[in-house]
Design a protein around this ligand. Structure first.
Ligand code: ADP
Length: 193
């Protein structure tokens, strides 16, 4: 199982990814979690990333590519994974294609033998803002939320077409209860894999 979870901030992809990864016994790899851990640990990477994250901007592609490459080469990634928050830009997706050709257990990245599926959780903006404001993470203030949504529409949303063109897109309505979304994901992903 090789899954990419996409969707705007607040779509619930982290929650669903964590739940399904535990169920399927594969790692949940969240670039947001990795970056936040680097910020807390004050590593050089964390020091570079912090200002972007606090402003609701994307961290530069190059830093993400290094993080993901290192993580994908760890032994637990062989059996599959759920990637949450990556790729988030078209250059990241292109990089990921070349990376998947090299990692152990990676396999083909396109064509009918490809195991990769990109899941998009769709949720309207007004619901997202309400959810994020009640979550209260450090970067969840109104100004940053608006910027993150704008960045998502500009830089990440084009990936929906990217994966649709490659017949790897799985679209799911995220504007329902957590349990309903989980059930829907289980249903469509078992049919697709
Ligand atoms: P959200 O829950 O809002 O979708 P994440 O926890 O996935 O946010 O990520 C938080 C922040 O980390 C983002 O706003 C961004 O600054 C940075 N980040 C995470 N993943 C990426 C990525 N793939 N490319 C660039 N920046 C990223």
């Amino acid at each position: 199982m090789q899954l990419i979870f996409m969707g705007p901030p607040g779509a619930g992809k982290g929650t669903q990814a964590q739940l399904l990864a535990a169920l399927w016994k594969i790692p949940h790899i969240s670039t947001g979690d990795i970056l936040r851990a680097c910020v807390v640990a004050k590593t050089p990477l964390g020091e570079k990333a912090k200002a972007y994250m606090d402003a609701g901007e994307l961290v530069p592609d190059g830093l993400l590519m290094d993080i993901v490459q290192e993580r994908m080469n760890q032994p637990d990634a062989k059996a599959g994974w759920i990637l949450d928050g990556f790729p988030r830009t078209v250059p990241q997706a292109a990089f990921f294609d070349t990376l998947l050709c090299d990692v152990p257990g990676g396999g083909p990245t396109s064509g009918k033998d490809c195991a990769l599926r990109a899941v998009n959780l769709d949720v309207p903006d007004n619901v997202l803002v309400t959810r994020l404001l009640s979550r209260g993470r450090q970067d969840d203030n109104e100004q940053t939320i608006r910027r993150r949504l704008q960045v998502y529409r500009e830089q990440t949303e084009p990936l929906i077409e990217f994966y649709r063109d490659r017949e790897q897109l799985v679209a799911v309505d995220g504007d329902r209860s957590m349990q309903e979304v989980t059930a829907q994901l289980q249903q469509v992903l078992s049919r697709n894999s």
